[in-house]
Design a protein around this ligand. Structure first.
Ligand code: M6R
Length: 613
């Protein structure tokens, strides 16, 4: 899960790559590096830095850089610690072939051995990475044709890759390829870009070609040749919908805060043009082609990771209660290694993913496809692999989410799940009245979310009060149990506070042993069908002197005797309450993280898009 930028064309200032690379830092940021062909020396020059792209920029300093093609890389370590020698680009023995790679070469040890058997042990590997062997293989295979050498190299690889390769022996070419790691070509006015995602090329062009798995492309300044398994393919140029501005902070100190605050708009974008309240129904263009098949579905299998998995858990409550369809929810990393029983004709397999590139979710999708079930996606990134690989789906339209901690993608995923619930429910037994009520309530969400955000200062004060505690419990029941899980994940990610989440009823089965005056609890308990149960759970915590923050519905005073730390959310129907209740938890985590002096947008050890398993 690294970021790749490449360029070939008339521009001869490699620094262009720095700006593009900064936009990919969310993919990993433990080292950065670049290489470019210098026509003066007829050699490739390279520079690397451990840490962020700005450190690479500092290293390059005022040095005069002239030349192209060039490649850039920002790394999220998989093999070998973050260090200069492990930073990309990697180079062969001759110094002629440079490569940047995103993915994992699973058989890199075998390949090193094989190579040294061929070349009598002459290859010297300088890094601990899986990638370096690729540069040496290209060197080995090179016979006056870079494309062929890269093809032969990739034929030997087991694993995943998005790569870009340049060589001083073929300075008029840049070769890129993908298998399992995202890569696109930006079609600029004066040349071609290579990038891991659209944000890397947006400053230069909106015209892109998404590479598919097993495709390799040879770029020159004026030509692009795409090969799919040895067959030349006509590249399909598509237009990126997002503006560069959208992908920037818009005046907020952090992307996480910006993305939290823009939830009224992102939720509205998710349901815009899709509600038909008069008919108590929704219109989902992305499902039209499979609408008939969906009528026969008897079970839904949801697979996702992290925050998207919690959205899936809430989706289970929604779909079972209102559409009457049994739902199973799995983590991608678990599903792919068990023997799931999927009934080909009666199961729909639903992937939820913001990035659409999460390796475990994608691998599960491939497994489901092999079993022949109908596959669906709820995906934010248009053109991403999961979006393209599923039979049908619902795009979130939440806009780019840059902060590593997912915020607006979660509420948008829940909104999409609510739409799906109405869609499937109305195909079955959901009454017109129920359909009308849900669609009317969905329509109100942006206004209700805004009400919570307008009161954000109160959450900041609570963050001030609780920021010093080392531990915290997050509790909820039913629809708000996964919200508690999401709240705990959020605070762990951005503030490094240890937090655990439980279904309220589970406390007495063990965790309550931890409660004392130093172990606070954040209880998510809107006035709903399980409110009274949560009240009893809170009494038990209070009786053991545990500090409590209670989030409940505006106008509900029943919890006042338990704590003075109360957070209110507006009233909505139970199934939509997570869309509101998660927002104070996002703000709380954000402020605790900032107050602890942390970089909430790029927490340590994390990356935005987890494209390795
Ligand atoms: O792009 P995806 O939605 O597939 O990503 C899944 C998880 O990696 C992601 O939600 C992760 O848990 C976030 N860091 C949570 O804030």
């Amino acid at each position: 899960m690294c970021g790749i930028i490449g360029y070939i064309g008339k521009q001869s200032d490699p620094r262009v790559g720095l700006e593009a690379l900064k936009r990919l830092e969310y993919r990993g940021y433990d080292s950065a590096g670049m290489a470019y062909y210098d026509p003066g020396t007829k050699k490739i020059s390279s520079e690397k830095a451990v840490g962020r792209v700005s450190l690479l920029e500092e290293k390059l300093g005022a040095r005069k850089l002239v030349g192209a093609p060039f490649i850039f890389h920002t790394r999220w370590a998989t093999h070998g610690v973050p260090s200069k020698k492990n930073a990309h680009p990697h180079v062969d023995c001759t110094g002629d072939f440079y490569i940047v790679h995103n993915g994992i070469v699973e058989n890199y040890r075998e390949l090193k051995q094989w190579l040294n058997e061929q070349d009598s042990g002459t290859h010297e590997f300088k890094s601990e990475t899986d990638t370096e062997v690729l540069a040496h293989l290209v060197e080995y295979f090179y016979k006056e044709n870079l494309l062929e050498a890269v093809q032969q190299t990739l034929n030997m690889v087991r694993g995943t890759y998005g790569i870009a390769v340049i060589s001083s022996r073929a300075p008029d070419e840049l070769v890129a390829a993908r298998l399992g790691s995202p890569l696109l070509i930006g079609v600029g006015q004066d040349g071609y870009f290579v990038s891991s995602d659209p944000s890397g090329v947006l400053a230069h062009t909106k015209q892109v070609v998404y590479l598919e798995d097993n495709e390799i492309v040879k770029l020159t300044s004026s030509d692009m040749k795409v090969l799919s398994k040895d067959t030349v393919k006509l590249p399909k140029v598509e237009e990126i919908e997002w503006d560069l501005e959208e992908a920037q902070k818009g005046g907020y100190e952090h992307f996480m805060l910006k993305e939290t605050m823009e939830q009224p708009e992102s939720i509205e974008s998710t349901f815009r043009g899709r509600l038909v309240p008069d008919e108590g129904n929704v219109k989902l263009g992305g499902l039209e082609l499979v609408a008939d098949k969906l009528k026969d579905i008897k079970k839904i299998h949801i697979v996702a990771c992290g925050t998207a998995y919690y959205a899936g858990m809430i989706g289970k409550y929604m779909l079972e209660e209102y559409a009457g369809i049994p739902v199973e929810v799995d983590l991608g990393s678990e599903f792919r290694y068990r023997k799931p029983i999927l009934n080909k004709k009666q199961t729909a397999f639903l992937c939820i993913s913001q990035s659409g590139e999460t390796a475990d979710t994608l691998a599960s999708l491939k497994e489901a496809k092999m079993k022949g079930v109908l596959t669906l996606g709820i995906v934010n990134v248009v053109g991403s692999t999961i979006a393209r690989e599923t039979d049908a789906g619902i795009y979130n339209h939440a806009g780019p989410e840059i902060g590593v901690a997912s915020t607006k993608a979660f509420t948008s995923q829940l909104t999409a799940l609510a739409l799906l619930t109405v869609f499937l429910g109305r195909q079955r037994n959901m009454s017109l009245t129920a359909g009308k009520e849900i669609t009317e309530e969905i329509k109100k969400l942006p206004k209700l979310v805004k009400e919570i955000l307008d009161d954000a200062d109160k959450i900041k004060k609570l963050a001030q009060k609780y920021k010093g505690y080392p531990n915290m419990f997050y509790l909820g029941r039913k629809y708000n149990y996964p919200v508690a899980m999401e709240g705990a994940l959020k605070i762990k990610e951005v503030s490094y506070m240890h937090a655990e989440s439980y279904a309220g009823g589970e406390m007495k089965h063990g965790p309550i042993a931890l409660i004392d005056k130093n172990f606070p609890t954040f209880a998510i308990m809107p006035r709903d069908s399980v409110f009274e149960k949560m009240m009893s759970n809170m009494e038990e915590i209070k009786a053991r002197s545990g500090p409590i923050i209670i989030m409940t519905t505006k106008g509900n005073n029943s919890a006042n005797s338990l704590t003075e730390d109360l957070v209110y959310i507006p009233e909505t129907i139970e199934m939509l309450s997570p869309i509101l209740s998660v927002i104070p938890l996002q703000l709380f985590a954000y402020h605790v993280g900032v107050m602890r002096g942390l970089n909430v947008d790029k927490p340590r050890n994390l990356a935005k898009s987890v494209t390795v398993e």
